[in-house]
Design a protein around this ligand. Structure first.
Ligand SMILES: [Zn+2]
Length: 426
């Protein structure tokens, strides 16, 4: 089917005309403090989104993650999904946004939950990450309806919880329940903030692990009678500094990770504790334990098995250098890297739409951190997935977070055009 150019112009005009409505709806969401942790006010926000989807002719379902331990009477984990069927069920395009936000933290000059609109911007915690993205998804779909364009496939829009804490009761739950799955879903766009012209095609892998060293307690005046677990951890940290970090820094992924510094493999020491608490009363004791948590980000080219084996080797080498070293390695979390396959239709549709709306090509990028893409790829089995949406990624989790209203409008246009392409309606 081919739509005449004036139908497209009309669609763009419908979105321009909805600007105030979109700003108001975003501000309304921002006034609900869906802070995670602990996961506040999820039901209120899910219902706000659900009511809007219902008004816009979607069939709305609330999907409660009642099988998850984090779903509690005080903090229920409620997701919302709306489906609008076109003339045929497929292709089905799913637009997803998480409505949980990280805590406001310090440094704000405006109310983080006030929904302030000023100087062409909407301020608030979650404005770019990612309540504006939810607005863009809903209004991209609605604009197609208002423009009177005959929808061929189907559009689904979801608002999900807990992305900031791993997404297990959110997108992972929808995927486990089969609501997003290869059996019914043809493409997924997660409307995270991607600076309006970037398409995120995946992310690096994550391996969080904990190393504990065990020593032997003795009187601190005679440390030679014991084994100091902190010193032993020092041996491991020295191995990391001298050998591992240079090796990681020398590895570069072919994935277009932004910022470029994150194109290398990295390791962060999240925290360390050992011996007696330093702010308590001190006693003369040799530290008999030390524990540290590490955050290793690995490249799609490395893979998890190799990344872990390298840590095991490092610990064994440290133990050979320091015969008194006794250690345990415990895996805390693994997220495998994902990458949208070359030639994925969701990438070409968005790229063409970015060109049409912004007059420049889209930039393909990969994320240094992870987001719900992993669940869509790994659990739902839908590799045709990217992130694209309004908002400046660097402002996410910052004080005075805002979304530029013009970006919200432009991204909504890009999403609307992409929906037409991906549902076979143009
Ligand atoms: Zn986000």
């Amino acid at each position: 089917m081919t739509l005449p150019p004036r139908a497209i112009d009309n669609l763009m005009g419908v979105i321009d005309a909805a600007t105030d409505e979109m700003v108001d709806f975003t501000a309304e969401m921002l006034r609900i403090p869906t802070v995670n942790p602990p996961g506040d006010a999820y039901v209120e926000c899910a219902e706000l989104i659900g009511r809007r989807l219902d008004e816009f002719d979607f069939a709305v379902d609330y999907v409660v993650a009642d099988g998850r331990p984090e779903h509690t009477p005080t903090h229920p984990r409620m997701n919302v999904v709306g489906l609008r069927r076109g003339r045929s069920e497929r292709p089905l395009v799913h637009l997803n946004g998480h409505f949980d936000v990280v805590p406001a933290a310090a440094g704000w000059t405006v109310d983080p939950f006030g929904g302030l609109v000023r100087d062409g911007r909407i301020y608030g915690r979650g404005s770019c990450d990612m309540k504006a993205g939810i607005t863009a998804a809903i209004y991209a779909a609605e604009a197609i309806r208002r423009a009177g364009i005959d929808l061929h496939g189907s559009i689904e829009v979801s608002g999900t919880v807990d992305e900031e804490s791993g997404g297990f009761a959110g997108m992972a739950w929808l995927a486990q329940q089969g609501r997003v799955s290869a059996d019914r879903t043809d493409a997924v766009i997660i409307t995270e903030p991607t600076d309006t012209d970037r398409i995120y095609i995946g992310h690096r892998g994550v391996y969080w692990f904990e190393v504990t060293t065990r020593g032997r307690i003795a009187h601190g005046s005679m440390p030679f009678l014991g084994v100091n677990a902190i010193s032993q951890m020092g041996v491991i940290l020295d191995e990391i500094r001298r050998r591992l970090l240079p090796a990681l820094g020398g590895r570069t992924t072919a994935a277009p990770v932004m910022p470029p510094g994150a194109r290398h493999a990295t390791l962060n020491i999240n925290g360390i504790a050992g011996g007696q608490p330093v702010d308590g009363i001190q006693t003369p004791c040799v530290a008999d334990f030390c524990r540290a948590v590490f955050d290793r980000r690995f490249l799609v080219e490395e893979g998890f098995d190799a990344a872990r084996a390298e840590i095991v080797d490092l610990l064994e080498r440290a133990a050979r250098e320091s015969p008194e070293l006794v250690y345990e390695l415990r895996d805390l979390m693994v997220v495998h890297p994902v990458r949208t396959p070359d030639g994925a239709s969701v990438v070409s549709a968005l790229d063409a739409s970015v060109r049409a709306v912004l007059g420049r090509p889209a930039m393909l990028a990969a994320s240094p951190g992870t987001y719900d893409h992993k669940h869509v790829d790994r659990i739902a089995g839908v590799p045709n997935c990217v992130a694209y949406g309004p908002g400046i990624l660097d402002l996410a989790h910052q004080p005075d977070e805002y979304c530029v209203i013009d970006d919200l409008v432009q991204s909504t246009k890009v999403l609307a055009l992409s929906l037409l392409t991906l549902t076979g309606s143009r």
